[in-house]
Design a protein around this ligand. Structure first.
Ligand SMILES: *[C@@H]1O[C@H](CO)[C@@H](O)[C@H](O)[C@H]1NC(C)=O
Ligand SMILES: *[C@@H]1O[C@H](CO)[C@@H](O)[C@H](O)[C@H]1NC(C)=O
Ligand SMILES: *[C@@H]1O[C@H](CO)[C@@H](O)[C@H](O)[C@H]1NC(C)=O
Length: 657
């Protein structure tokens, strides 16, 4: 069938694989004219509400498939999708995943599958929908997603992928930012073009609480060369900003929900005792090891003299630079450089012994008072594979590590490349107050490693606790944090028991480098109302949605290490909230009933399943690269499927034909 062929072509092109298909498609592209693409972003107090609208018309004489794809941040939740054809709107509904899946399976078994919605790059996930549009008809796609922008290294960052694939008459990105604390800096840049070339297409400004960014290239500005018909717009559009911090904290209350932002500035750094536990198994040799060494050498340049450190190398066995942690004196740093330069890789992967050695070294230093009393400890583990010697049962390793750390300091796990069990690394880091990060195998891996280190390099407070009046607050999100790092932000949200309360007091307590500190924030509700009166600018219930977003995110994280009844309870809570607030989370799906066939035809917007992206074969691959074990596929198939596909198979596109 013609439409099936067309749909395959679009997918092939998306994956950037086939030059031949691409040139063939270029001729066909005129059939479907995308005449408008708008990305509208409203940000209120770091909570972003983004709407992507694309309008297209089928110029061909026959009905054609029109495809809409948007890449959105992995940390975002889709909240709405609608399809409008010739004035008739088909809405998307958020349903429990199992319910949605059943409908999807049914459609598949009847040979009526249309797109599924998954594939991902480093920071983004792809949402794809295709629909058949009659000759001469118009179609509008509208996707909404929401996200809490997190502060890293002193700024909030909003990532927009721009890839219209053709010249678009009416193309625009527009962002309105409202921050009650006042905006201190705002920047916008595009990876595909220098700002001066498209100077007039880009405007940005901020003053007081409001910021505005608009990017509106006309057709000529979109051309890749003056006579070209292909688009220059292909890459990332990134907006960054920060807010004023006259006071270390800021509390906002709307409709009975509050959010509390905490990011004090100018505190002295708490000295840290850091142990780098580095995988030097055979698979690390070559570029990965060189990049790791480059990153470590750079980190050594920045390390403060008050810090203590050591390197633990593991392959089949464990070797260490020093027997104990040593202070980062210039002489020791020089010696550390020589050590790092000499690291070589060979052998198996003994994660268990490597980690336990590092942890026991930190414990010993503390017991024997060989590190400063007011210092804090951190373990950073880097590996590129699964444990395959010594204790290699993941749950046993987790148990050993959990018992050894015993809640005393955070563990950060860096997974290098894609041949590893990310779920395991994530789960282990989360239960030890840290997080896991993927390091993508690419030319900039050393920068990714350094970038991660900078986020945790400057602890300003430890054992941070955010306290509210007893009995005044319900449904509080996480309010204790082991570390507060410079350039980040602690966000706590909750619900007031009594909406008519006149004022309340919030305390943040923590241990600083010199003494213990308490930051008190008095919240006067009358003042608050006045401050938030710019109602046309902000979307009304943003704090409630922010609260729901944060709560779901934390429930899903907690769920990763829960079992039995507790897991069921966490799942039930997260599911209830996802359904109530229309969030597409790993527990829900967006189901769109398409007009071609009311009974069966639907698209599903999914988020990758359990534990991040561990089971997604496309995850972590550079755009357009196939995983080694890919798979038969369905996205292209309108005909009866040959067999019942597994979820894994559905994720992959058959591109090898
Ligand atoms: C579409 O129809 C017009 C007029 O009926 C005709 O001139 C044109 O060749 C047709 N195009 C195609 C691709 O069939
Ligand atoms: C989804 O978007 C449509 C079109 O903008 C709108 O009419 C509808 O109310 C939205 N649904 C939700 C749940 O926000
Ligand atoms: C989960 O557990 C909490 C406390 O243990 C309880 O209050 C709540 O009702 C439970 N929720 C569900 C959905 O089972």
């Amino acid at each position: 069938m013609a439409s099936a062929h067309w749909s395959c072509l679009i997918l092939a092109l998306l994956s950037g694989l086939s030059q031949q298909l691409e040139s063939f498609l270029e001729e066909k592209v005129h059939d479907i004219e995308v005449y408008s693409t708008k990305i509208s972003c409203k940000v209120t107090s770091r909570f972003a509400h983004n709407v992507v609208t694309t309008k297209a018309v089928n110029q061909a004489n026959a009905s054609k498939e029109v495809s809409f794809d948007v890449e959105l941040p992995k940390t975002a939740f889709i909240t709405n999708f609608t399809l409008t054809i010739d004035g008739v709107t088909y809405p998307g509904n958020v349903k429990e995943k199992e319910v949605a899946k059943k409908q999807y399976e049914k459609a598949v078994s009847q040979g009526k599958t249309a797109g599924l919605v998954k594939a991902s790059g480093r920071k983004l996930e792809k949402f794809t929908v295709s629909v058949n549009v009659a000759a001469g008809s118009k179609v509008t796609f509208e996707l909404t997603y929401e996200e809490l922008l997190k502060r890293h290294k002193g700024k909030y960052e909003m990532y927009l992928k721009v890839q219209p694939k053709q010249l678009v008459k009416d193309f625009e990105i527009e962002a309105d930012i409202f921050e009650p604390q006042g905006i201190s800096m705002l920047n916008a840049e595009a990876s595909f073009i220098t700002n001066d070339v498209l100077g007039s297409a880009l405007t940005k400004s901020f003053s007081g609480k409001k910021g505005h960014v608009s990017f509106k290239p006309n057709l000529d500005q979109q051309r890749s060369c003056p006579v070209c018909t292909d688009s220059l717009l292909d890459g990332d559009f990134i907006i960054t900003y920060d807010v004023n911090r006259v006071s270390p904290a800021n509390v906002q209350v709307v409709n009975g929900y509050f959010v509390h932002f905490f990011a004090p500035e100018g505190l002295p750094m708490v000295p840290k005792n850091v142990v780098f536990v580095i995988d030097v198994s055979g698979s690390m040799s070559g570029r990965k090891l060189q990049q790791t060494k480059d990153a470590l050498l750079k980190i050594l340049e920045d390390i403060k003299e008050t810090d203590y450190l050591n390197f633990i190398l593991f392959s089949g066995g464990v070797t260490t630079w020093k027997d104990n942690l040593v202070q980062a004196t210039p002489e020791n740093i020089e010696e550390a450089r020589t050590f790092v330069r000499g690291i070589e890789a060979a052998g198996m992967t003994n994660i268990n012994d490597g980690l336990l050695r590092g942890i026991s070294m930190l414990n010993k230093a503390r017991e024997e008072n060989t590190v400063p009393e007011r210092s804090t400890s951190i373990v950073i583990m880097l590996t590129d594979g699964d444990a395959n010697t010594g204790e290699s049962n993941p749950s046993k390793i987790q148990e050993n590590v959990r018992n050894a750390i015993n809640g005393k300091f955070p563990l950060y796990n860096l997974g290098f490349g894609k041949y590893l069990n990310h779920n395991f690394l994530e789960s282990m880091a989360l239960e030890n107050n840290g997080f896991a990060r993927r390091i993508y195998e690419d030319s900039d891996a050393n920068l990714q490693l350094q970038g991660f280190y900078e986020e945790v390099a400057y602890p300003l407070l430890t054992d941070v606790e955010v306290e509210y009046p007893q009995n005044a607050i319900l449904d509080l999100t996480k309010n204790t944090y082991q570390h507060f790092y410079d350039g980040s932000e602690i966000v706590v949200a909750g619900r007031l028991v009594d909406e008519d309360m006149n004022n309340f007091k919030a305390d943040v307590k923590g241990h600083g480098a010199i003494n213990d500190l308490t930051f008190t924030e008095e919240v006067d509700m009358k003042e608050m109302e006045k401050a938030l009166q710019e109602q046309d600018y902000i979307f009304g219930n943003y704090i409630e949605r922010l609260w729901a977003y944060l709560t779901i995110e934390q429930l899903l994280d907690k769920r990763k290490n829960a079992r039995g009844d507790e897991k069921e309870n966490l799942t039930a809570q997260a599911l209830d909230l996802s359904l109530k607030y229309h969030f597409v989370t790993p527990l829900t799906s967006m189901v769109v009933t398409k007009p071609e066939d009311f009974e069966n035809q639907m698209d599903i917007a999914d988020k990758p399943g359990e534990g991040g992206h561990g089971d997604d074969p496309l995850h972590g691959l550079p755009d357009g690269q196939l995983p080694p074990s890919c798979c038969t596929l369905l996205l292209c198939g309108w005909g009866p499927p040959l067999h019942h596909p597994s979820p894994r198979e559905r994720r992959c596109h058959l591109l090898q034909h």
